[in-house]
Design a protein around this ligand. Structure first.
Ligand code: NAD
Length: 465
């Protein structure tokens, strides 16, 4: 049985130490040492080494913070960091090269290219739900692009925060990569300083605080936020595989995944079959008595646990629904047809409750999605390719997966990010490299041939040409 004990005494970084840490990173960046390919590759290799060598300590911290099993931590976090590192090391030399573009006749003879250059010092503010991945994956992109970085892990995953600070001090170049541990007070202090880019992962309310603080310095931001990600299930789908993939993506990390399907949209006539298939998969994955499963996680804190339990008030619970606040446990739960104005359907659930909304015709799913904020992810399960095209072209979402859960996150060739209220900017792979680079315009002209037409005086003869 899983429990999250949160035994770590949280020791934030002293506020007085924050400014000197930032200054030290800025000095390192000014020295130019982080620009070299060799430095970048070495740090990337060290990130991988750190994750692999510290695997057991990471598993223990995840267990304490989230009651999470090791296999889930590996697939969702450690494995993700390792594959991001491998991908970056493989392609970095090419990404760093000048990118030639054609030059129009008016600027001939000449050459044009885009030269990626590092931005400077990047602030990485992480969230608690994937407390390793959400700080190290941005770090891989920031380091690949030749930047210094300051990491601020979430205080809610206190064991991982402490471990991240320790690992970074042991494995990485501390003149260029540092950690500030802390909560609101320390983050507020951090945001008073000028960075060259801020990447923030977390909720919308704090996203606005970060963006406002960044605006003071005109600092660019990447906001990795959340929202209610819909999952449209068309009756043409493969029922068994669909149920397995919905259960995997909804109940991983006890539903505390930014890209988890928040709710399902399905035709009334198909809903009973889908609900039965989902129930069967829950039993197959976690056993008949989920509370005893070693593979099912816990809610991060009592506050979040009470928030989620409250969503069940006055709802039609058709599966699950039991909970134990003291142990931060909530059973995988299905709610049928909650009203649109209930908190369950107004707020991001970020927990193990799956509302199923039924409709007469699945085509109604499109206006349903479009009547709400643009989601971080949208899922469609269907074998009907014309409906697939209709959904793709008539809705907007940060990311879409057809016939699976959040498998797009495993492909470093795809940008990871939201749109509208679910976020701005994206990272992973080359897109992450570009996100933390300035793509500098360079044009080189030749002295060989100079057309005087553009120079004054603009005589009538020149106009006639
Ligand atoms: P959180 O409480 O850990 O907060 C995120 C960060 O903001 C933390 O580092 C925290 O210290 C800092 N913070 C909190 N209050 C602050 C304040 N007043 N001023 C400055 N900084 C402050 O995380 P959360 O917000 O509960 O995270 C959950 C949300 O994050 C969900 O909406 C989820 O969808 C989203 N999320 C998005 C992604 C993504 O990649 N798009 C990934 C994970 C989570």
């Amino acid at each position: 049985m899983q429990t999250n004990t949160q035994t770590t005494e949280f020791t934030p970084t002293l506020v007085a130490d924050i400014a000197p840490k930032i200054q030290s990173l800025k000095n390192t960046f000014s020295s130019g040492s982080t620009k070299a390919l060799a430095w970048r590759i070495e740090q990337l290799q060290q990130i991988k080494k750190m994750v692999l060598e510290q695997q057991d300590n990471i598993f223990t911290a995840m267990q304490k913070d989230l009651g999470r099993c090791d296999m889930e931590s590996w697939t969702a976090e450690l494995g993700g960091v390792v594959s991001e590192v491998d991908h970056s090391i493989k392609h970095l030399k090419k990404w760093m090269k000048p990118r030639k573009v054609s030059t129009p006749i008016i600027a001939q003879p000449g050459k044009s290219y885009i030269l990626p250059e590092p931005l400077g010092t990047i602030l990485i503010i992480g969230a608690w739900n994937y407390p390793l991945l959400l700080v190290l994956s941005p770090l891989v992109a920031a380091v690949s692009a030749g930047n210094c970085a300051l990491i601020k892990p979430s205080e809610l995953s206190a064991n991982m925060s402490k471990l991240v600070a320790k690992m970074v001090s042991l494995y990485l170049d501390n003149d260029a990569i540092d950690v500030v541990e802390g909560a609101v007070k320390e983050t507020t202090e951090l945001l008073k300083h000028q960075f060259d880019h801020i990447i923030y992962t977390g909720g919308e309310v704090v996203g606005k605080i970060v963006m406002r603080a960044a605006a003071e310095f005109l600092t660019p931001v990447t906001l990795e936020l959340g929202g209610k990600s819909p999952c449209i299930v068309d009756s043409s789908t493969d029922l068994d595989v669909t149920a397995a993939r919905i259960v995997w993506s909804k109940w991983m990390n006890a539903g505390q995944t930014c890209v988890a399907p928040d709710y399902v949209l399905v035709e009334k006539s198909f809903a009973p079959q889908l609900i039965d298939a989902i129930k069967n998969k829950i039993a197959e994955f976690y056993g008949a008595d989920v509370v005893t499963s070693k593979d099912y996680g816990r809610i991060v804190s009592e506050r979040h646990c009470s928030r989620i339990i409250k969503y069940l008030e006055d709802q039609n619970v058709v599966f699950g629904g039991t909970h134990d606040l003291a142990n931060k446990y909530i059973e995988p739960t299905i709610v049928l047809d909650p009203s649109s104005d209930s908190p369950l359907m107004q707020e991001e659930i970020f927990g193990p409750i799956l509302p199923i909304i039924t409709m007469d015709n699945i085509s109604q799913a499109i206006p349903y999605v479009n009547a709400r904020e643009k989601p971080l992810a949208l899922y469609l399960f269907s074998k009907n390719s014309s409906f697939e095209q209709q959904v793709l072209t008539s809705t907007s979402a940060g990311m879409v997966c057809i016939n699976d859960g959040f498998m797009f996150a495993a492909n470093p060739n795809l940008p990871f990010g939201g749109v509208g209220s679910s976020g701005t900017g994206a990272y992973h792979g080359k897109i992450g490299f570009d996100n933390f680079s300035h793509l500098k315009t360079v044009m080189k002209r030749s002295f060989w041939f100079d057309v005087p037409l553009r120079y004054p005086p603009f005589t009538s003869k020149k106009f006639k040409l």
